[in-house]
Ligand binder design. Structure first.
Ligand code: ADP
Length: 232
């Protein structure tokens, strides 16, 4: 049986419509990610990394081909079902922390857990314990603008994992951090994805960050071919 967090992208084509005709962003791309593993996706600008993440996040559906997470064919769901799927099954970390500025760190993380609780039976992690794990225990009642960039990004990691997602998508999660903070954030992300049993997909330009993942995928441009190689 397929593990509930395995990811399969099968023969996917994505064409964007533009006034000058269609632009092919992904061209018969296939990718299998073992449940619970971590994958770094690299490649030059324009090779389709954001498009691929958008498909995994259920934000878009492919022109052709299928995206499957566990036994759920995400690319075949209605928009409404994809919204529910995102809430329950997905945690996302962006380059910018995207914390809500008028909520404290604790409230930001608790809100993510509460949104998930409405549509899922999965028990969320304890917010206090999670923040302590991330070295933020004394900062829980601060607002995002009262934290450093590295601390804010750790809070963003807490928010992404608190509902025990099946899949964590990280889009340049350390892109705005200095090397020391970047290492701290990626190490926590790797530890926590193991703890919650999630599959982790990281898009990064940084080979030092990619080296933390068990598998690296180089997405070629035009995206006709992808080669996976083990780096860990
Ligand atoms: P990456 O994230 O690797 O930089 P993208 O997925 O953003 O690549 O883009 C892949 C290709 O699709 C590029 O040629 C880009 O110009 C094109 N593209 C991306 N989004 C759109 C869009 N909304 N409309 C038209 N073309 C797009």
């Amino acid at each position: 049986m397929t593990p509930e967090n395995a990811v399969s992208v099968h023969d996917v084509v994505v064409d964007y419509r533009t006034p000058r005709g269609p632009v092919r962003a992904l061209d018969h791309t296939s990718l299998d990610i073992a449940g619970g593993s971590s994958v770094a996706i690299m490649g030059p600008s324009g090779c389709g990394k954001s498009t691929l993440l958008g498909l995994l996040a259920g934000l878009a559906v492919p022109t052709a081909g299928t995206v499957t997470i566990g036994d759920q064919v995400v690319s075949g769901l209605s928009e409404r079902a994809r919204v529910r799927f995102r809430r329950q099954a997905l945690g996302v970390v962006y380059q910018a922390d995207n914390l809500l500025p008028h909520l404290t760190i604790e409230e930001n993380v608790a809100l993510a857990a509460a949104i998930c609780r409405r549509s899922s039976t999965v028990d969320a992690l304890d917010v206090g314990v999670l923040l302590a794990r991330l070295g933020l225990e004394g900062l829980a009642t601060r607002f995002p603008d009262q934290l450093s960039g590295g601390q804010r990004q750790r809070a963003a990691v807490a928010r992404a994992v608190v509902h025990r997602p099946r899949l964590i998508l990280a889009d340049e999660p350390t892109g705005a951090l200095d090397p020391a903070n970047a290492r701290g954030v990626i190490e926590l992300l790797i530890d926590l994805h193991h703890d919650v049993g999630a599959t982790l997909v990281i898009v990064t330009h940084d080979p030092a960050i990619a080296a933390y993942a068990t598998t690296r995928v180089d997405l070629a441009r035009p995206a006709t071919k992808m080669e996976a190689s083990h780096v860990g």
